[in-house]
Design a protein around this ligand. Structure first.
Ligand SMILES: *Cc1c(COP(=O)(O)O)cnc(C)c1O
Length: 411
């Protein structure tokens, strides 16, 4: 009898069967896991007026956004196109926070016209906004607290060299512009980066927000961004949500007391909500033994999952086809014609050509960062919902690849 590890099943479906049915490479998401993560956050911040604004850029498939909505979250979007996806998924514009960086003022005006909540991260934009809308359109201000936080420099956003937010040292300048135009500031925001472990980092960010917030009398919410860390491998330390919830919650409530009324507390988790829900299923095309290692070459590459090459991210890999095989050491690589490694020195159940591997934690920044590099087609996406596997994005075809190309005559 075949023994199947539970970890290779989602809601009772064997992942290897899902790969068989939909082909590889394919992204598969577990709807229950997404709901579970949202519940964890609701629990950690219970007793507060909590609003979760899911960071759309992590995974922006419309069916996923609908699921996020069903779980009672709003959205954080960083482009007008993400906002349109959100609206298509059924979100009301006022449930969507628009947090762009370095976009044209034109795009901000489009966001106002759509009715989104606007988050401003530049004094010059704040001035133009005040000039055009005065007190008529409320806004949120994104601060840069200048604290170093997060897993690595590419995902840290709150430090001194970062392009994000308006420096807290410009507090006086912000106030001048706000007073001059009578701008209605209803929120203050900080997002210091991803993979923050420590409640202390959230608290330091909070303290800075509280200090600035006292200067604005019409606030409705304070937004602490995101950064909750998830586990990428067995034994990984993750953000202690209960600890953050307790400490930040207490600090928040005592600020509200001082402020004179209870505000809403907002977060914008992306990775925390969808990372662990995702499995990227690929097929072993070739096994190649070299003097240095044994490579498994799979039918995908960094064009489909960029995180290992871009961020040195660790993604656990398992062999679904041989769950109880003898363990051997492999280097798992993609088919892109440059260094393209998913994982070095991984102990996998012995891999044969044709086996299906699952790359874990593929829900966040997986498909959403995928490209057609090497003229490869982007994978299909499947959502497992109520025990059934649903195709939520078709695999691309050659037609998709040439659709927008314009052939000219070179006579
Ligand atoms: C990317 C981003 C997030 C989400 O970060 P995660 O690490 O995925 O939780 C939240 N807020 C803003 C403004 C972002 O740009």
């Amino acid at each position: 009898m075949e023994i199947i590890d539970d970890a290779y099943c989602v809601q009772g479906l064997k992942l290897v069967d899902v790969a068989e049915r939909f082909g590889t490479p394919v992204y598969v998401y577990d709807a229950d896991k997404i709901t579970e993560q949202v519940e964890k956050l609701k629990q950690a911040f219970g007793g507060l007026k909590l609003k979760l604004k899911y960071a759309t850029k992590a995974l922006s498939n419309i069916s996923i956004l609908k699921l996020i909505k069903k779980n009672g979250c709003g959205l954080d979007v960083v482009s007008i196109q993400e906002a349109h996806l959100g609206i298509k998924a059924g979100f009301k514009p006022n449930e969507i926070l628009f947090t762009p960086n370095s976009v044209s003022y034109q795009e901000i005006k489009q966001a106002v016209d759509l009715g989104l909540v606007i988050n401003i991260d530049n004094i010059s934009i704040l001035e133009q906004f005040g000039h055009d809308y005065g007190s008529k359109v409320p806004c949120c201000i994104r601060l840069n607290p200048h604290i170093m936080a997060g897993g690595n420099t590419k995902i840290s956003t709150g430090h001194i060299d970062s392009k994000f937010g308006i420096s807290v040292y410009q507090e006086r300048h912000i106030q001048r512009v706000v007073d001059t135009y009578g701008i209605n500031v209803t929120g203050i925001h900080v997002h210091t980066g991803s993979d923050i472990l420590d409640a202390e980092v959230f608290l330091r960010g909070a303290e800075i927000i509280f200090k600035v917030a006292k200067g604005f009398k019409n606030l409705k919410f304070l937004d602490f961004g995101s950064g909750f860390k998830v586990a990428y491998k067995e034994g990984d330390v993750t953000t202690d949500l209960t600890d953050v919830g307790k400490k930040l919650g207490d600090a928040f409530l005592s600020f509200c007391k001082e402020y004179g009324r209870e505000l809403e507390i907002w977060f914008e988790p992306g990775k925390f909500i969808v990372s662990e829900s995702g499995y990227f299923l690929v097929k072993a095309n070739v096994i190649k033994t070299t003097p240095a290692t044994v490579f498994v070459g799979v039918d995908s590459g960094m064009n489909h999952l960029l995180r290992p090459m871009m961020y040195d991210a660790y993604h656990d890999i398992v062999n679904l086809s041989n769950p109880n095989g003898v363990k051997r050491v492999y280097t798992v690589v993609g088919y892109i014609c440059e260094t393209d490694t998913f994982g070095w020195d991984r102990k996998l159940d012995e891999v044969k050509e044709g086996d299906i591997l699952a790359i874990k934690n593929a829900g966040a920044y997986g498909f959403s960062m995928a490209s057609n590099y090497n003229s490869r087609l982007r994978p299909a996406e499947v959502l497992i919902y109520k025990g059934e596997a649903h195709l939520i994005r078709k695999r691309e075809t050659m037609e998709d690849l040439v659709r927008n190309q314009v052939e000219i005559s070179l006579d």
